[in-house]
Ligand binder design. Sequence first.
Ligand SMILES: [Zn+2]
Ligand SMILES: [Zn+2]
Length: 326
Amino acid sequence: VSTPEQVTGFRSPRVLDRVEAGDARGFDCLGPSPEPASLRVVCWGTRGSISSPGPETVAFGGNTACVEVRTSTGRSIILDGGTGIRRLGAELTRREGPLEVELFLTHFHWDHIQGIPFFAPIHDPRARICVHAPPETGRSVEELFAGQMSRTYFPLPYEALAGSLHFFPVGTGVWALDELAISAFRVCHPGYTVGYEIEFRGLRVVYIPDNELAGDGSSFDDEWYARLVEFVAGADLLIHDAMYTEAEYERRRGWGHSTAAQAVALAASAGVKRLLLFHHDPDRTDEEIQAIVCAAGRELVGSGIELEVEGAAEGRELVVLAPDPA
Ligand SMILES: [Zn+2]
Ligand SMILES: [Zn+2]
């Protein structure tokens, strides 16, 4: 069984693995320097469709979509509430300070919400939880959110949740909190589904877990793709749907997901620095994901495209750093 460490093998000057922002400054004998800006990205769940724990998914993980992004100033947001959010919730309740949660959902398919009933802050009277999500026609974000906790599906009454919940429909504007700015882009996926861009002091992470790119341009219009490239352009880190192999895609055209090659093509044309292949098929073993990542990397050799590609692995932490002023 491979480990996440074996799967990496790149080091970018701007994106370092498991490096504290402070450590990257190096020598401090010249006196204190201002804290460099950073975005810390933790994958709590990387799987698509349904959780898939087991000996074949140890390295990349079996929990469904959930990613945490934390700024060097201590602000934190959560992207999606798949089963990976359960462990994150347990950690949040142990952290010091007020229990304030900003949760951004891309859409309401099970694999993006199923961990929420077991997310400890919703049961914690200290918690204030803001849920941002695209609404559906005729249904509010709260209705969509509470549906999976109705009495048929969940034992506790929704009204009895101890945390205070607040709901915000995601639109086309920019949501800002201190120096953090988040904007959404409607993607090609059944229902009203978005991807998010997170920007902090010039550092940019783009999260698009479910999206059908269809490299031949047959299942979307070129104008949409051009706007998507613009949305993603120059991101320090792109986390993108790469659910299918090329052979699988031929049988699943129109299902709302992409291949690794399609994700690489988007990242390359948008000048992205680093791509995390995400939303792994539940049947995909660690070895198969590693093979997909290696094949994507081989395609880039000699292309002149400066893009690092790897597979999103549960528990993995990446730090996006501002470039060294020197
Ligand atoms: Zn999904
Ligand atoms: Zn979906």
